[in-house]
Every structure is written in structure tokens, then in C-alpha cells.
Design a protein around this ligand. Structure first.
Ligand code: ADP
Length: 149
């Protein structure tokens, strides 16, 4: 059976930190579905469709990566896609507490295992929210956004 992982997030915008998680996740799975969702707790900068398009262009020509958008629970998306794993990145203790609770719930309700990859040190302080803030104030953020390989 194909090992499929969902990498869910708001990706507003998709950063080099996210790209690093995808790159390191690829050897672990047959397919990674990058799933762009809406986080009710965050005010979005980019439209969901624009976020999807940006990520799609980035991974054009990589047959093992697919990009989708969704607006329901990640476990329901996983069931539709036949995915048994959720991939997430872990930057800090703060991330850990949040991820632990969601992972426990997703395992209980959806029988889905969450695979957490520790962030590489150089990406530890990069977050979409900081990048959004810089964009709002007109700063150059090109160092934080991935480039097509
Ligand atoms: P969400 O709003 O669901 O937290 P994000 O787009 O902020 O979505 O993040 C998606 C995933 O990527 C999360 O697991 C987050 O911890 C991880 N992530 C975000 N930034 C980084 C980074 N710099 N390095 C590694 N993982 C990251």
C-alpha cells in the first residue's frame, strides 16, 4: 500500500521552513499531499487559491507531491485521500504542546499517525506570521521564501 502523508498548514505564506519539512519528508513517504487550510485563529494575508498556486508552481515536475486546499478536518481529508500519516514540523516547546494535543486527537478520532520532524536550526525562527508582518511593512522577504529548484 502506498504510504501517503498529509502536510497540513495555513502556509500564509509557504516558507523555506515548510519547504525543508517537505524535502525531509519525501524519503519517508511515497507521496506528500500539501494541504492548504484555514486557521481560524489567524488573519490571512493571501487568498487560499493564491497560496495553493504558489506551492504548486514550486513543486511542478515533482510527481510525488500534490497540493490541495480543504476546509474541513484534516482527518476527513486524510480519509478521502487514503492517507495514514500527518506530517508536521516542530520548532519549539510551544509548537510541541500544540502538536501533541492535535496529534493525540487525530490518532484517537482518525487512526492517523502524526510524524513530527524537528526543524533544522537555521529555520527555527522562521514563521509565516513573522514573514507576513515583514511583508505588511514592505520589507524584502525573499530569503524566507523558497525558490523553485
Ligand atoms: P498552522 O497554521 O496549521 O500552524 P503553518 O502554516 O503555520 O500552519 O505551519 C504548518 C506546519 O509547518 C506546522 O507543523 C509548523 O510547525 C511547521 N512549520 C512552520 N514553520 C516552520 C519552520 N520554520 N521550520 C519547520 N517547520 C515549520
Amino acid at each position: 500500500m502506498k504510504k501517503i502523508a498529509i502536510f497540513p498548514g495555513s502556509f500564509d505564506p509557504f516558507t523555506v521552513g515548510h519547504a525543508s519539512i517537505v524535502r525531509r519528508g519525501l524519503p519517508l513517504f511515497d507521496e506528500i499531499i500539501i494541504a492548504v487550510g484555514v486557521n481560524e485563529n489567524k488573519r490571512a494575508l493571501y487568498e487560499k487559491d493564491d497560496r495553493v498556486e504558489f506551492i504548486e508552481e514550486l513543486y511542478e515536475g515533482e510527481p510525488r507531491i500534490r497540493v490541495v486546499s480543504y476546509s474541513d478536518l484534516t482527518i476527513d481529508l486524510a480519509r478521502r485521500e487514503g492517507a495514514k500519516f500527518i506530517l508536521r514540523g516542530l520548532r519549539s516547546v510551544k509548537d510541541f504542546e500544540y502538536e501533541r494535543d492535535i496529534a493525540a486527537m487525530n490518532q484517537r478520532l482518525g487512526d492517523i499517525e502524526t510524524i513530527l520532524l524537528l526543524t533544522e536550526p537555521e529555520y527555527q525562527s522562521i514563521s509565516s506570521s513573522v514573514v507576513r508582518e515583514l511583508i505588511r511593512f514592505g520589507r524584502d522577504v525573499s530569503d524566507f521564501l523558497p525558490k523553485k529548484q
